[in-house]
Design a protein around this ligand. Structure first.
Ligand SMILES: Cc1ncc(COP(=O)(O)O)c(C=O)c1O
Length: 361
């Protein structure tokens, strides 16, 4: 069988991870954006509360869950009027990202457009479908033949926020070639120096969800990475098409996770608390990096500090590993990331403080 997927990039970090683990104070792993704070009590309670129920859950998601999604989008992100029928829960967002081109019937001869620096699974999804990939520079319109355009603001890995006007232009450019827009809004709830907006806001969508999908994850905003909890909403006809295939294919969110998601989406307090934890960690790491000679670019929202010492990314990964700090090289996200590293805010306060001390010393 010919190799159709890229190498799994994290394997190439193994030597640096081993080096960082040798540090007498232990490793500070800022390479992966995995949550470290406890799942909030109200969510655990909701999960356990349906543990005895034996029946199949619905692929479409229970009505209360879909209403909770619509409510959260209105309250948290200024997107009122989402029709709960056009909401679909997903088993985390990574599976949807990886399978979206296939589920939409994108295939050989089609193009999937992704940002120049992007979450690697956009490319993986295109390859699983047999489509080709183009990486678009900022503001560059997708070429003819593009069936799907991925947007991601705030961005992984750069933390860049595209304003409403830039997103509206990207939507217009995609619609002009007949492409669906999938907006990965996984970090929308983590604004620092800029206010990210959803693709479903009227000033971006032009008042119509036609051709638009907003992809959301509860992994970061509600510390639910381990539960696998996400959803997609937007154009009702696209969501209906996804639902049809997912029903046949058994892509169903387990009932306890649907219950947990409902509780998480009905409560904004824990999201605010988690945001403050990340804000505190950012307030320690950002000045520590700058004082150690790094420039931090973009990073105005989301979970990452896109940092450079003006040298090859792997040299910086090595420099940090000497200090027991593990970061991801920018090349994991695209060729133009070759002089940056991605530093995640996802470590405990104690580990973040340790990283700051090491950077200072
Ligand atoms: C941009 C982006 N999209 C999607 C995901 C997938 O998140 P999950 O599958 O946990 O919902 C991630 C995870 O880090 C991400 O960074």
């Amino acid at each position: 069988m010919t190799k159709r997927l890229p190498d799994f990039p994290w394997d190439t970090l193994a030597d640096h991870a081993a080096k960082a683990r040798e540090h007498p104070g232990g490793v500070v792993d800022l390479s992966v954006g995995t949550p470290v704070d406890d799942v909030p009590e109200l969510i655990r309670h909701a999960l356990a509360g349906v543990a005895e129920q034996p029946g199949y859950p619905t692929t479409h998601g229970f009505p209360r869950l879909r209403e909770a999604v619509a409510g959260a989008l209105a309250r948290r992100h200024g997107v009122p009027g989402v029709d709960p029928a056009a909401v679909l829960p997903t088993i985390g967002s990574k599976e949807l990202v990886a399978w979206l081109p296939t589920l939409l019937g994108v295939g050989p001869g089609d193009v999937v457009a992704i940002p120049a620096l992007a979450y690697p699974t956009y490319e993986v999804g295109a390859k699983l479908a047999g489509a080709s990939v183009v990486r678009l520079a900022d503001g560059e319109p997708p070429p003819e033949g593009t069936r799907l355009v991925w947007l991601n603001s705030p961005s992984n890995p750069t933390g860049r926020v595209q304003g409403a006007a830039a997103l509206a232009r990207a939507v217009a450019d995609a619609r002009a070639v007949g492409a669906v827009v999938a907006s990965d809004e996984c970090y929308l709830a983590l604004p620092w120096e800029a206010e990210p907006v959803s693709v479903l806001r009227d000033e971006v969508s032009g008042g119509s969800p036609d051709g638009l999908l907003a992809v959301h994850s509860l992994s970061k905003s509600s510390c639910l990475a381990g539960y696998r909890a996400g959803f997609v909403t937007g154009d009702p006809s696209l969501v209906a098409a996804l639902l049809e295939v997912r029903k046949h294919a058994g892509m169903i969110v387990p009932r306890p996770v649907q219950a947990a998601m409902t509780a998480a989406l009905e409560d904004d307090g824990h999201v605010a608390e988690q945001r403050e934890r990340y804000r505190r960690r950012r307030a320690v790491l950002l000045p520590a990096l700058r004082a150690a000679g790094f420039s931090v670019d973009h990073s105005e929202a989301g979970l990452y500090l896109w940092s450079t010492r003006g040298e090859d990314a792997w040299d910086t990964v090595g420099w940090l590993a000497e200090r027991g700090i593990l970061a991801a090289p920018g090349t994991f996200y695209g060729p133009t990331g070759d002089r940056h590293v991605r530093i995640a805010l996802t470590a405990t306060d104690e580990r973040v403080a340790a990283a700051a001390r090491r950077l200072a010393g």
